[in-house]
Write a protein that binds this ligand. Structure first.
Ligand code: NAP
Length: 315
């Protein structure tokens, strides 16, 4: 089969398309013929070699994907079942992948394989951040600071279906439209001067009960001026340090809560996501689908701005 292999850490050019043997599933595992793989920022951090946990070289990147079961001993996953996978033992930037059966979930017919590949890390992280770490409640005012990417759009859909009042930000007119179309009652451009004042005005000066932050190294200090009394700033993404004034949090009795999806209770999280797929409240938005051999381009794009939903690879 064809797979992307990384033999040394470095820039996107280290992602090479190679011919490798098909992986073989063991007991309790499933072999899936993949049609699409999700591309997440964490895979670019790992590929660059600048991440706390690095795999042994050589390796195939990717944890998210969707396709058709080829082999499995699980009664619920007979060969031919359309599935999405939320973890891989062999890497999903490949034509075939082996996953623990518990990481393989039925994919409803109305969703494409590309949409299935957009579920794992983005939707899992959004559920963990909103409802577990953030303890989001019906009727609360939520700001998703960076709503146009993979995690952001997932969070817009999930929060809206849970009855929150959602405001989102994006950096392009297309991103802003998409954020509104997916359930935000208002959207603001985080590249427009003065947008922070507009955000505050939109809450009548009261602030947001919860802020889901995708770029904390730029925004955490200003988030502490946007959060309501007793509110929470939930940090999903950060690419470096930032100086904050702790008194801004103290004055509001506000919490800053960190999020790490790895280690979260994925069984109950993906049960929740699967029911949202069944009832139609969740439907991933694909911004760009590139062929597997263009994995390097996908990694360049995921690290630059102008998100329009999720980037996936197809095979
Ligand atoms: P993505 O698809 O690349 O989306 C990035 C988002 O950030 C886009 O909405 C982008 O908007 C927005 N953004 C860019 N500049 C911004 C700014 N100055 N202020 C506010 N938003 C800004 O990435 P993703 O998959 O959604 O992941 C988002 C972040 O969460 C990444 O840093 C990722 O590493 C992290 N993450 C963390 C976990 C965890 O367990 N903690 C899990 C998954 C992801 P425009 O492109 O429209 O400007």
């Amino acid at each position: 089969m064809k797979a992307i292999r990384v033999s040394q850490f470095g820039d996107p050019a280290v992602l090479k398309l190679e011919e490798v043997p098909d992986p073989a599933p063991g007991p309790g595992q499933a072999l899936v013929r993949l049609h699409a793989a999700g591309v997440n920022p964490v895979e670019a951090y790992i590929r660059s070699g600048k991440y706390a946990r690095l795999p042994a070289l050589p390796y195939t990147p990717g944890m998210d994907g969707a396709g058709v079961v080829e082999q499995s001993d699980a009664a619920a996953l007979p060969p031919g079942t359309r599935v999405y996978v939320t973890g891989s033992l062999t890497g999903t930037y490949a034509e075939k992948s082996v996953s623990a059966a518990s990481d393989v979930h039925p994919l409803p017919d109305r969703l494409s394989f590309e949409q299935g590949a957009a579920l794992g890390i983005p939707y899992g992280t959004a559920v963990w951040a909103l409802f577990y770490r953030g303890q989001a409640r019906w009727g609360e005012r939520l700001l998703i600071h960076g709503a146009s990417g993979g995690v952001g759009i997932a969070a817009v859909q999930l929060a809206r279906s849970a009855g929150l009042r959602v405001t989102g930000t994006a950096g392009t007119p297309e991103g802003l439209d998409m954020v509104r179309q997916n359930g935000a009652e208002a959207a603001f451009n985080h590249r427009t001067p003065g947008y922070l004042d507009q955000l505050k005005e939109a809450t009548g000066g009261r602030g947001f009960d919860m802020i889901l932050e995708m770029v904390a190294n730029k925004n955490l200090a200003s988030d502490l001026g946007l959060v309501a009394a007793h509110g929470r700033v939930v940090v999903v993404g950060s690419r470096g340090p930032i100086e904050i004034d702790p008194r801004a949090a103290m004055a509001r009795n506000a919490d800053i809560r960190g999020v790490m999806f790895f280690g979260a209770p994925t069984g109950e999280i993906f049960d929740r996501i699967s029911s949202g797929l069944e009832d139609g409240s969740l439907a991933p938005v694909i911004g760009e689908a590139l062929p597997l051999e263009e994995a390097a381009r996908a990694h360049e794009q995921i690290m630059t701005s102008a998100a329009r939903g999720k980037i996936v690879l197809t095979m």
